[in-house]
Design a protein around this ligand. Structure first.
Ligand code: ATP
Length: 210
C-alpha cells in the first residue's frame, strides 16, 4: 500500500469517522478526527443558520488548521508513520460556499487562500458516496439532536459542492459507492476496500462499487 496520508470524505452521515477509525486501526496509522463536538456554534447554527454561519465556519477553519498544522510541525508525514484523517481542509470552504452570504464568503475565501497552501494534501482521498435517503437514515440512527431537522436540500447542496470541487481539481480520489456498503458489519466490504487500496491510482476520480 503506497499511500501514507489517506483522507476520508463524504456528505454528512456518510460514515467517514467509522471508516477512518477502522483503517487507522488496520494500518496502525495515526488517526485525525474532526472535533465538531467542540464547536459551540454548531447546535446554534442548525437553529438559526443565517445568524451563526460565519462564526461556525471560522471556528471550523481555525480548529482544522490547528490540527493539520500540528501534524506537519511534528513532521510525521516525513517519518514512516501513516496518517488517516476524516476530513479535507477544503471542507470548510465548501460548506462556507453553501452557508455564507456573498461578501462573507469572499472574506472567508481570502483567509482560506492564505492558509491552505501551508498544508499538506493527502496522497489519496476516499470519497463515500451515499444516496440522500441513506444519509438521512444514518443521521436518524445516530440521533444527534441538533441534526434531526437537516433537510434533503441541504444534503443535496453539500453533495454538489463536493462533486463540483472534485471535477475541477485533479485530486487522486477513490469514489466508493456506499449505498449498500457497511464497513463495520458488511460481509467482506472492508476487505474489498483494502484490496482496492493496493492499486496505484493516477490523479483524478476512480470509481469503486463494493
Ligand atoms: N464547515 C461546516 N459548516 C457547517 N457544518 C459543518 C461543517 N463541518 C462539519 N459540519 C457539521 O458537523 C457535523 C459533523 O460533520 P461531519 O460530516 O464531518 O461528520 P459526520 O456527519 O459525523 O460524518 P460521518 O457520519 O461521515 O462520520 C455535521 O452536522 C456537519 O454538518
Amino acid at each position: 500500500m503506497n499511500y501514507k496520508f489517506i483522507t476520508i470524505e463524504g456528505n454528512i452521515g456518510a460514515g467517514k469517522t467509522t471508516l477512518a477509525t477502522r483503517l487507522s486501526a488496520h494500518f496502525n496509522a495515526r488517526l485525525i478526527l474532526e472535533e465538531f463536538a467542540d464547536n459551540p456554534f454548531l447546535p446554534k447554527f442548525y437553529e438559526r443558520p443565517q445568524q451563526y454561519a460565519f462564526p461556525l465556519e471560522l471556528f471550523f477553519m481555525a480548529e482544522r488548521y490547528k490540527q493539520l498544522k500540528e501534524l506537519l510541525t511534528a513532521q510525521e508525514l516525513f517519518s514512516s508513520e501513516m496518517v488517516v484523517s476524516d476530513y479535507l481542509f477544503i471542507k470548510s470552504l465548501l460548506f462556507a460556499r453553501i452557508n455564507l452570504a456573498e461578501e462573507e464568503y469572499a472574506l472567508y475565501q481570502k483567509l482560506f487562500d492564505i492558509i491552505n497552501p501551508q498544508l499538506r494534501q493527502p496522497d489519496l482521498l476516499i470519497f463515500l458516496n451515499s444516496p440522500i435517503k441513506r444519509l438521512q437514515e444514518n443521521i436518524r440512527q445516530r440521533n444527534r439532536e441538533y441534526e434531526q431537522n437537516i433537510q434533503d436540500q441541504y444534503l443535496h447542496d453539500v453533495q454538489s459542492v463536493y462533486m463540483q470541487y472534485l471535477r475541477q481539481h485533479p485530486v487522486r480520489t477513490l469514489m466508493v459507492d456506499t449505498s449498500k456498503t457497511d464497513f463495520l458489519y458488511g460481509d467482506g466490504h472492508f476487505e474489498k476496500l483494502l484490496e482496492a487500496l493496493e492499486q496505484d491510482y493516477a490523479p483524478g476520480i476512480h470509481y469503486l462499487t463494493i
